[in-house]
Design a protein around this ligand. Structure first.
Ligand code: SF4
Length: 555
């Protein structure tokens, strides 16, 4: 990939801003001269680069055990290596907000493995499965950001886990924390018949250059990226998105979007109106991250995502700063990409451009085990493939399947709990980690999601519409509450006997990746639209039946 020169300011956060720093009571922006940490999170990052904690884990904590871990490392810097303490079993959601962090956590960790672009080789899949069975009590959830997420990890085992992951080119570097997270990519990059440019080289180059680079390891908050020719990732919900577009004069390239993010105060990414050729994607990406690092708000954590800066500046100013201060050149104007009528999840059997097939299969709410993944690896190999992809909808694909072996693979996957012809309910339901392991959770999600799917499959077996149901264990929206047909936000609600019980606030009618003319947007949150968790299956069934009775022809 061509590497163009990057201005010093984009590489060195300590380089002076092109504009004279102005000191004003503001949002803690470095570029305006605010270098003193304004809150505890900023202090932890300034005191020691979080990437440095890896050496302490390997040299001190792995030998001294959980009790030897410095609290600032434990609840702060560990995240930069994909590690969060997990929730102690048996603490109900009503106590989430009142207990101190150390009272909520046990001595085990959640560990996220980044799978940039969602791309896994057979060797990588086998290593992931082995680690799950040896060190993670057989857990290996597929997250809605194409990561693998383990639970029950002990700090003592981290050096061996890293050794095994890195022996096959996998890493946990910056899988969490205020830094560039996993880069989402199309699960069918490089094989889709309608893809004009495979963006994988740009994803690889960004990871190679910038992940683990201390020039980008202290951002105001997390930074989410997606790069895809097809509209098959939730691009509007990312801090930066590159979407494929064919420029009438310059040919295939990428359309740039910035400032998307859900959680509190959700905002959809906005088009900058520029066309970026593949070779320039890494530099433009670094420029946008540089803006976020230098101008992003650091005073209040709940105002620290890039979306607030984009919202305050507007697109014109954002583009101007990117071009003048970070790239040193103007970008070409570009056309808007064509957007499909609905998000593409790749479930089922589909032809590749080389004449072979890919098979998209659904676990239930992203929950898979190491044992399942080991069987998947055997099935993949037995059917002549050595490539698997994870999707941002908690599903997986097997690539490169010869046509004559495809039905056999579909049957084999079914036998290990991965369904290539799932019901609409199984296909469309996602769930975040929830109260089983997440310290912020208020309600259970994975088991509720599995129960919900089973119940709806039994009661509404022939439901024939596409539907998305996203269960979230708290208002944080990790499973994208606001953009589902039925978004469920975990909270305590009043139960039948007047006491508080687990439940959900319901958002209806959200959507992403919608065609022009239909607006992508957030589900309507109506006052009083709530259900207890126990009543959720009946509630969704009623909604579905009402929808079926009232839908117009062709809907
Ligand atoms: Fe945890 Fe809440 Fe995110 Fe679910 S939405 S994983 S409960 S923080």
């Amino acid at each position: 990939m061509a590497v163009s020169s990057t201005p010093a300011r984009a590489q060195d956060p300590t380089a002076p801003a092109a504009r004279a720093p102005r000191r004003q009571r503001g949002e803690g922006q470095w570029a305006l001269g605010h270098r003193e940490p304004l809150n505890a999170n900023e202090r932890i990052k300034k005191d020691d680069d979080p990437l440095n904690v890896r050496a302490r884990i390997e040299n001190i904590y792995a030998h001294g055990g959980f009790a030897s871990i410095d609290p600032q490392d434990l609840r702060g810097r560990f995240r930069w290596w994909g590690l969060y303490t997990q929730r102690k079993a048996g603490i109900d959601g009503g106590r989430t907000a009142v207990l101190e962090p150390h009272e909520l956590e046990d001595e085990f960790f959640m560990l996220r493995v980044r799978v940039d672009g969602g791309q896994l080789s057979l060797a990588q899949l086998r290593v992931i499965a082995d680690i799950s069975r040896e060190f993670a009590r057989d857990t290996a959830d597929i997250t809605d950001r194409q990561n693998i997420q383990y639970h029950w990890i002990r700090v003592e085992d981290m050096p061996e886990i890293w050794r095994r992951l890195e022996s096959v080119g996998l890493q946990t570097t910056e899988a969490c924390g205020d830094c560039p997270r996993i880069v989402l990519g199309s699960p069918v990059a490089g094989v889709a018949p309608d893809e004009l440019v495979d963006p994988t080289p740009a994803i690889d180059e960004i990871v190679r250059r910038y992940v683990g680079d201390k020039a980008y390891s202290n951002l105001p908050r997390k930074f989410k990226t997606t790069i895809s020719w097809l509209v098959d990732t939730p691009y509007e919900a990312n801090d930066i998105a590159f979407l494929g577009v064919d420029h009438p004069e310059h040919g295939p390239g990428f359309d740039l979007w910035v400032g998307g993010g859900l959680s509190t105060n959700p905002m959809l990414a906005k088009r900058l109106g520029v066309w970026v050729p593949l070779a320039e994607v890494p530099d433009v990406w670094a420029g946008v991250v540089g803006i976020f690092r230098d101008y992003g708000y650091r005073r209040l954590r709940n105002r620290a995502r890039l979306k607030y800066l984009v919202s305050d500046w507007g697109i014109e100013k954002f583009r101007e700063v990117l071009e003048k201060e970070y790239l040193g050149r103007t970008l070409l104007d570009g056309p808007a990409p064509e957007l499909p009528a609905k998000p593409i999840d790749h479930i089922g059997v589909h032809p590749q451009r080389d004449g072979r097939n890919y098979v998209g299969a659904a676990p239930v709410v992203g929950r898979v085990s190491g044992g399942q993944l080991a069987k998947l690896a055997d099935a993949v190999e037995a059917h002549g493939s050595d490539r698997v992809r994870l999707t941002p909808y908690q599903k997986l694909l097997v690539l490169d399947v010869p046509p004559e072996r495809t039905e056999s693979l579909v049957e084999t996957l079914r036998g290990i709990g991965l369904e290539a012809r799932p019901s609409a309910w199984r296909r469309g339901t996602m769930a975040c980690t929830g109260i089983e392991f997440c310290k912020l959770a208020i309600v259970e999600t994975k088991a509720r999601g599995e129960e919900l799917v089973a119940r709806l499959e039994e009661r509404l077996r022939d439901f024939d519409a596409d539907i998305s149901i996203h269960l979230n264990g708290c208002p944080n929206a990790c499973a994208r509450t606001q953009v589902a047909d039925i978004g469920l936000k975990g909270q305590l609600v009043v139960g039948p006997d007047g006491r508080q019980v687990e439940g959900f606030q319901v958002h209806l009618g959200g959507g992403l990746g919608m065609a022009q003319g239909q607006t992508a947007g957030f589900g309507r949150k109506l006052r009083g639209l709530k259900t207890t968790a126990d009543e959720l299956p009946e509630y969704v069934e009623r909604l579905a039946r009402r929808y079926l009775a009232g839908r117009s022809e062709g809907e």
